[in-house]
Design a protein around this ligand. Sequence first.
Ligand SMILES: [Zn+2]
Length: 306
Amino acid sequence: MARRLNGLAFFLILGLLSACDNNKSTSISKPSPSPPTTVATETATSTATSTATSTATSTAMETASPTIDSNSLKKSILQRYDKIKPLHWGENVPGVRSRLQTKDKVIAITFDACGGPEGSGYDQKLIDFLIHEKIPATLFINARWIDANPEQFLTLARNPLFDIENHGFEHRPLSVIGQSAYKIRGTRNVSEVVDEVQMNEDKIEKLTGRRPQFFRSGTAYYDDVAVHIAQDLGLTVVNYSILGDAGATFNTQQVYDALMKAKSGSIVIAHMNHPEKDTADGVIKAVPMLKKAGFTFVKLSSYPLE
Ligand SMILES: [Zn+2]
């Protein structure tokens, strides 16, 4: 099915067709594809290159939106990354954003909804609190969670307090060689990386009319090649600077203590799929204190990320 894709993808295709000069990757003033040679020949992804790529992505998204078949995009990415070996693996590989780029006294709280047999709950108490207190939040939602909570998903998507973002289709660590994290097998190749990202993009867009702009993998682990692929699919990869609930294992006091460590521009990760755990109570305890300390709460889309 043809659909509108961001400009970066368009330039990626153009680049493949014309073998054009990609040496503009350090410029942040013009949209430009991330060069295919970057990962292969250099230290995978320098921070400078990643920043340029991200900036180019957002610029390109605003200025160009040609129609490209998503299969064509996948094909070009398969060709582009087929032989490239990853050099980094973890939560903080180059290209993964973890903070808002600001000195404003703002915090972005993000909640993951992981889905699956043990992670498809809905923390009504937490969401009701956010709505009552008018706390904006960014929700990273997995396809399995959507299937388990279709009504709640649509209700959240309709609420302007919340942005729905992409937490993967099968909730896999994003790897081009099948690396695992927390005993969860990662995607095994470039094709699976594309599917893990793109299939949940398509699902969310179909249900809400809005295509997510941020991606966080299941387990928040990536290799550097997979991060580049997500970027070429038009997404900014986002983790965190504050571990808010450690996979919903923290008790109320631990969640509170974690959130109280937030600074200007912090991104908090916590979970909205474990109502039986203490995440909601910790958030409910911390938010009034953070407000008292002068913080306000924003969505990821409110600031540039670094
Ligand atoms: Zn998750």
